[in-house]
Design a protein around this ligand. Structure first.
Ligand SMILES: [Zn+2]
Length: 381
């Protein structure tokens, strides 16, 4: 069968999903909505709904493969152009996506596919953003973080606390820069760096903000194998030396003494180590989402048209730690479908493993068949 037939089949399943989904976004009446087609994630925007039941009726009628809404609240959400909507405030939103993480597995399976490593890495990153930055540094409570799976290969965090709604673009940029470590001056953290014959004094793990983060990050970096350290650009011999003396180095860092071991060219070394740390923690936060109140983002609990999974809400960080997207976000759990599949990667959904398939006709559960069709690796037979 052809792509058009595939899309018609999936659209009717999406309509069935919305007929019983009862999605109820906070402040529905103040949001701008956008819907997409299989080809384009946002095709129509400036939509608005008076109530969740109006929204659900629309989604059940149309069955759009993508639904997004504004993190901003407006007096007149359907008014256009943007300036006439009457901005009332905007949630603070963070968008983490595995494709931004430049993982080695992505050069093997390509950007449109997502593997277990991708999903585990972006989940760990989201937990770090929540616990280490939003809660530890910014003081938000766990209950104030609205977490949802993106529906494909990432997670979103929405904060709708009164105190963030009025933040302007420059303030939002400061927040995303802080999280990304942009403009972090390492020499300020090491006042004696580069001075001959003087002990290298630096941050302690218990220090606040980036200081403590860098100290803790360096200690955990030293736990990596010499091979991993070398792959980050550290001289191979130096990496072996550091790894073998990691306990001593960690002990020194606990008291702010970063000079426990003789390291050749140490200023350059620590700078490299720290800059790696900063990037590894933060490169992934999509500044555009945090900075732009007119941005539309996936509606929580809606279908994602590239997977057939839902952008499922996650109630706590403990639930996030346990969350398995390819099982917990399955929308089409019932029935089986026949597909002709061509997919070189094995994957696990709902506890069952599928593939690889080499241009073969298989009968598999609907969720797995739809997933392959939407990933462009199968057609309905
Ligand atoms: Zn991967």
């Amino acid at each position: 069968m052809d792509t058009q037939h595939d899309h018609q089949t999936i659209t009717s399943l999406i309509r069935e999903y919305y007929a019983s989904a009862a999605i109820a976004p906070y402040k529905t009446e103040s949001r701008e909505f956008g819907v997409g087609t299989f080809e384009r994630k946002i095709m129509y925007r400036h939509l608005s709904f008076q109530s969740p039941s109006d929204l659900n009726a629309y989604l059940t009628e149309k069955g759009p493969p993508y639904v997004s809404y504004s993190s901003a609240y407006y007096a007149r959400p359907s008014s256009r152009p943007m300036e006439t909507k009457g901005l009332l405030g905007s949630e603070l939103v963070f968008d983490l996506d595995a494709t931004d993480m430049k993982l080695p597995c992505q050069s093997v399976h390509g950007r449109s596919w997502v593997c277990g490593i991708c999903l585990d890495s972006v989940k760990a990153e989201t937990i770090k953003l929540a616990e280490d930055f939003l809660m530890r540094d910014f003081g938000f409570t766990e209950k104030e973080l609205g977490i949802n799976f993106s529906g494909n290969r990432g997670y979103h965090i929405h904060i709708k606390k009164e105190s963030v709604l009025g933040l302007g673009a420059a303030e939002r940029k400061q927040i995303s820069d802080y999280i990304a470590g942009n403009g972090l001056d390492i020499e300020l953290l090491f006042p004696t760096m580069g001075q001959r014959g003087v002990r290298l004094i630096g941050p302690k793990p218990t220090d606040k903000g980036w200081k403590g983060r860098l100290a803790r990050g360096t200690v955990s970096l030293l736990e990596k194998s010499p091979e991993e350290l070398a792959s980050m650009g550290i001289d191979r011999k130096e990496a072996a030396n550091l790894h073998s003396k990691r306990a001593l180095i960690a002990m020194g860092i606990k008291s702010g003494n970063w000079d426990m071991v003789y390291i050749k060219n140490k200023a350059a070394f620590w700078k490299l180590t720290l800059s790696k740390q900063a990037i590894s923690q933060s490169d992934r936060i999509d500044g555009n989402v945090t900075n732009d109140p007119s941005h539309l983002i996936r509606l929580p609990d809606s279908i994602h048209g590239e997977t057939g999974l839902t952008s499922k809400r996650i109630n706590s960080l403990a639930d996030l730690a346990r969350f398995e997207p390819l099982s917990d976000a399955v929308a089409f759990a019932k029935g089986e479908v026949n597909v002709i599949a061509e997919s070189p990667d094995e994957f696990t959904m709902n506890g069952r493993s599928f593939g690889p398939y080499h241009a073969e006709k298989v009968e598999i559960p609907s969720y797995a068949g739809i997933y392959l069709v939407l990933k462009g690796r199968a057609h309905f037979a």
